[in-house]
Design a protein around this ligand. Structure first.
Ligand SMILES: Cc1cc2nc3c(=O)[nH]c(=O)nc-3n(C[C@H](O)[C@H](O)[C@H](O)COP(=O)(O)OP(=O)(O)OC[C@H]3O[C@@H](n4cnc5c(N)ncnc54)[C@H](O)[C@@H]3O)c2cc1C
Ligand SMILES: NC(=O)C1=CN([C@@H]2O[C@H](COP(=O)(O)OP(=O)(O)OC[C@H]3O[C@@H](n4cnc5c(N)ncnc54)[C@H](OP(=O)(O)O)[C@@H]3O)[C@@H](O)[C@H]2O)C=CC1
Ligand SMILES: C=C(O[C@H]1[C@H](O)[C@@H](CO)O[C@H](OP(=O)(O)OP(=O)(O)OC[C@H]2O[C@@H](n3ccc(=O)[nH]c3=O)[C@H](O)[C@@H]2O)[C@@H]1NC(C)=O)C(=O)O
Length: 299
């Protein structure tokens, strides 16, 4: 792609942008190109001008990605804090663009006396990331509340799709190839907003009591295996506090890996592999990462 062909853009294009400052693990090398769109139309125009071979990476808050120390040899589309329109639609609907913070949406819903998405308040991330991961906590998940989404493909074409176009499971979403989430319409239940706000506070307290929320992490590193908890398996193998370089299995929650300061992506990747090997050698269970690895040269 030659930069000269990009015309009439209103967003912000950065070159060699360090991705460590756009991930909650605070690791990851530079992105060759990093684009913050002004709005959906601007994003569509940007994508329509890209080389079809250009590797693309969609990034929200970066709270579930492990980006290679060598960075990303392609273009990052950064939605967090831009593409962040949030509004009521009808009596029980909420429309949110992909870059809207989950925490913001949870409180917005409660203020409208709409209930069911309180669990989103403690999930650091964007609605785009929540749709891609089917983010969930405390018995709630993202997709049961989705009425429709709009997607955008690498040529900038926008489509509206219903939930039936996606196969959704525990921390897993599969949909039409080569489309990313632009925005979502949620359909919520009318209820008691004050009670929803109280539940948000209660869930945040529970989370602070059980998870190392103030330290750089990506939340749970592994999915829970059927009928068990990854944290229990990791703790029972004496791995709490185990470290490689600057990466450490949290003493507070065994399924969290903390960047204690100065960790590299490679330290974290080595620790993930060590935990997998240790647990598998004694139980036969190979833990499956929930976090998504981004290699230096792929999307
Ligand atoms: C302290 C902490 C607590 C956490 N607790 C929870 C929890 O309770 N429950 C839970 O489910 N998760 C939890 N997480 C993990 C993480 O917050 C969620 O997975 C969140 O949904 C990721 O959102 P994001 O915007 O940061 O996505 P990113 O990390 O930026 O991206 C995640 C994946 O989604 C893709 N993606 C991002 N935006 C889009 C888009 N618009 N369209 C298509 N694909 C896209 C990315 O390419 C990437 O593959 C926690 C993380 C931390 C750090
Ligand atoms: N960001 C990170 O690196 C990490 C965050 N966390 C925790 O995850 C949760 C969500 O984090 P994140 O996604 O970064 O979102 P933020 O905490 O930045 O919140 C996003 C938006 O939600 C609204 N909001 C948040 N808290 C309140 C509040 N108490 N009252 C009213 N509105 C609020 C604000 O909207 P407005 O713009 O209208 O003020 C804010 O800009 C928080 O509990 C945070 O502590 C945990 C680990 C890492
Ligand atoms: C943080 C994430 O999501 C979290 C989500 O916040 C919480 C709350 O609903 O439930 C899941 O954690 P989790 O299964 O570890 O839940 P917790 O309640 O913390 O722990 C479950 C059980 O694991 C055991 N446990 C937990 C922590 C620990 O250090 N050691 C341990 O043995 C305990 O028996 C505990 O009862 C999600 N993780 C996954 C992989 O499903 C994330 O996905 O990033």
């Amino acid at each position: 792609m030659t930069l000269a062909v990009l015309t009439e853009l209103r967003g912000e294009l950065r070159l060699d942008e360090p991705l460590a400052s756009h991930t909650t693990w605070r690791v990851g090398g530079p992105a060759r190109r990093f684009y913050r769109p002004a709005d959906a139309e601007d994003l569509s125009r940007f994508l329509s001008q890209l080389d079809p071979e250009e590797p693309l990476l969609w990034l929200g808050l970066g709270s579930n990605v492990l980006i290679d120390d060598r960075g990303f040899a392609g273009t990052v589309i950064h939605t967090q804090g831009c593409l962040a329109a949030l509004e009521r639609r009808g009596e029980t609907g909420i429309h949110a663009e992909a870059g809207t913070a989950c925490a913001k949406l949870a409180r917005f819903a409660a203020r409208l006396d709409l209930v069911g998405v309180e669990f989103l308040a403690g999930i650091p991330g964007t609605m785009g990331g929540a749709l891609a991961m089917n983010a969930g906590a405390w018995g709630g998940e993202t997709w049961p509340h989705v009425a429709r989404v709009r997607t955008i493909d690498r040529w900038g074409r926008i489509r509206e799709r219903g939930p039936e176009a996606f196969s959704v499971g525990y921390r897993q979403v599969e949909g039409p190839e080569g489309e990313w989430f632009l925005d979502v319409d949620l359909e919520l239940t009318p209820g008691d907003g004050a009670a929803a706000m109280a539940r948000i506070r209660e869930l945040l307290e529970r989370r602070a009591a059980t998870q190392p929320t103030g330290l750089p992490s990506c939340g749970s590193v592994f999915r829970n295996p059927p009928g068990d908890h990854a944290a229990r398996l990791i703790e029972s193998h004496g791995l709490k506090g185990y470290r490689i370089g600057g990466a450490q299995v949290s003493d507070k929650h065994a399924n969290f890996i903390i960047n204690t300061g100065g960790a590299t992506s490679s330290d974290i990747a080595c620790l993930i592999a060590h935990v997998q090997d240790a647990v598998e050698s004694r139980t036969g269970i190979r833990l499956v990462p929930e976090v998504r690895r981004v290699a230096g040269d792929s999307a």
